[in-house]
Design a protein around this ligand. Structure first.
Ligand code: ADP
Length: 210
């Protein structure tokens, strides 16, 4: 059974949605560096203040900050059983840093045609409190603009606006996509077709993980 898993995929592929489900199945914590960074931004910590400008522009946050926040999280007791990493590593330097402090059992790549991504991202709305994800056309909230679970007003992430989306896709192609090769060569990569409903994709992910 695999317990140390990395999810790779371009922004908008559905990594966060799938990672949350699969982590629950496996009984390991879902560690999203994007969520950890957004929490630091919301709490106005020094690290969060430094990360904020990079994030809202769609650029990567400097490696040393991301590694610091991830290390801290991995030291918590629940991560002893394993973890599912979502949004990390995002470049070769991060993959090498990860390799130095932990083995990885499997890497799931969520594959999707690039022309789908822009639409998914620009229609995405999220709950800042519980991180639930909605989509204005495929999964609208029951009451417009409010989270179904806790009634919190939904937000349009600053990096889900058009200029930042273009930057994120470029950063993915240039810096993160090379990791497919990196993990492929190490025989860890399992590719999954990420088109279709979240249930369909989750079934495919479960299949490659068993
Ligand atoms: P998405 O996968 O939809 O782009 P995330 O929530 O994973 O969204 O990340 C949002 C932003 O947080 C990124 O665009 C980047 O600025 C920052 N970030 C998250 N993870 C990392 C990382 N591993 N390295 C550098 N920056 C990161």
């Amino acid at each position: 059974m695999m317990h140390r898993i990395v999810f790779l995929g371009p922004p908008g592929a559905g990594k966060g949605t799938q990672a949350a489900r699969i982590a629950r199945d496996l009984g390991v914590p879902h560690l999203s560096t994007g969520d950890l960074l957004r929490a630091a931004v919301a709490a106005r910590t020094p690290l969060g203040l430094e990360a904020e400008g990079h994030m809202s522009a769609g650029r990567l946050v400097p490696d040393d900050l991301v590694l610091r926040i991830l290390h801290e999280r991995l030291e918590q007791p629940d991560a002893r059983v394993g973890y599912l990493l979502d949004g990390f590593p995002r470049n070769l330097a991060q993959a090498e840093a990860l390799g130095k402090f932990s083995e990885v059992d499997g890497v799931v790549s969520l594959d999707i045609a690039p022309d789908r991504l822009v639409r998914r991202l620009s229609e995405r709305r999220v709950c800042p409190k519980c991180q639930s994800v909605y989509n204005l056309s495929t999964k609208p909230p029951a009451t417009a603009g409010m989270c179904d679970l806790d009634g919190t007003p939904l937000v349009h992430r600053p990096d889900d606006r058009p200029e930042a989306i273009a930057t994120r896709l470029k950063v993915y192609a240039e810096q993160t996509a090379p990791l497919l090769d990196y993990y492929g060569k190490r025989h860890l990569l399992r590719s999954v077709d990420a088109s279709g409903t979240p249930d369909e994709v989750a079934a495919r992910v479960r299949q490659v993980l068993t």
